[in-house]
Design a protein around this ligand. Sequence first.
Ligand code: AMP
Length: 435
Amino acid sequence: MTKEENILMQRYEMGKLLGKGSFAKVYHARSVKTLQNVAIKVIDKNKILKCGPMDQISREIAVMKLVKHPNIVQLYEVMATKTKIYFVLEYVKGGELFNKVQRGRLKEDVARKYFQQLISAIDFCHSRGVYHRDLKPENLLVDESRNLKISDFGLSALSDCKRQDGLLHTSCGTPAYVAPEVISRKGYDGAKADIWACGVILYVLLAGYLPFHDKNLVDMYKKIYKAELKWPSWFSSDIRKFLRRLLHPNPNARKHPWFRTDLDGRLFDHVMNTTDNDMPLDINLDVDYLSCNQAMEKLTNLNAFDIISLSNGFDLSGLFEENSNKKKAKFTSTNTALTIITKLEEIAKSLRLKVKKKDGGLLKMEGSKPGRKGVMSINAEVFHITSNFHLVEIEKTNGDTLEYQKVMEQAMRPALKDIVWAWQGEPSVKEKCQF
Ligand code: AMP
């Protein structure tokens, strides 16, 4: 293959195959423009279409592009052709954590560091209502400085798809990391299922083998279901107690290992010395949404995490193309939908824009005088990603582009400052990721 043929969309020079997941192929690549190393995950369009409504998936992906945490593999961009989707990801050089464990169990202080980084990332995402739901050492990569990086965060719809296809079970041979309530298919809480998986991961790191294992799959399910644990002799009583809290068969009794990440070397002691009362337990994500007023019920609910439907034949080309999104200014907010809409109305008033229509999460605003190209109209739409996490899209629907840009840059953006978590395309989230 010539060098030119090896360039993806004139932007990335494709390199060697890094790995194959049950779902995708991952290649090393390099940006033609900046020479930055990246990993490109290539997924067949037909496979992704089984995962859920495409607009929903693309919106989840849009959100993931805004989520930045030092222990989460960053998603830089998504590209699509008619048949394939390309996720351009942060390149993590050190390989899978799984390989390290296969060479032998980790020392307690090494396992502790990885576990702390894991919880830091998980807690960060859970506080925004994003769950992984497919955590296992294969999804944990290690960089050159031996820092943990979780891959596939936020692409939970894709994990669902794996589960639907039964691929989760065949890819690693076992459903070893899956929580009992997930197995019983009764419907489950993503946060608690992740905590369970963190417990299994910690066990594997410290033991060098799985906590629930049996050649017979049915017997293994039974062990998971009862959370039947056997302890290696080298597990201290503190670690046993701690793991019991994470690997509790009843999700409601499972404890969130929430802790400050600067407690280096003190994790187990800290957790064990904390009483149930002073340990912040599960984060209730739905409270603020319930307090939203009735009008908000009409708000477009875009939480795809539990919706699985088929939408065969959907043409993806163009969906992720930068140009189609350029017209829209997008930001995420950790405020309630009601607060966001109220703020937008306030801003409209101060800019002498009339609110022409308010319908659920959609606000149509219009200028009072016609400009060069007629009356300027702006739509703002609030999409519910989770109860405390919303995506807001603002676009001009009529009028002069320059006039609109001026309003956006000089008035709208500064006025929205208090409720914006991150604007799309602006790397302003990083400092907010630290606890
Ligand atoms: P996955 O489909 O995510 O399971 O990826 C398959 C394999 O590709 C992984 O097990 C890794 O070895 C490799 N891989 C995935 N993502 C990255 C990345 N961001 N950087 C480097 N290697 C990766």
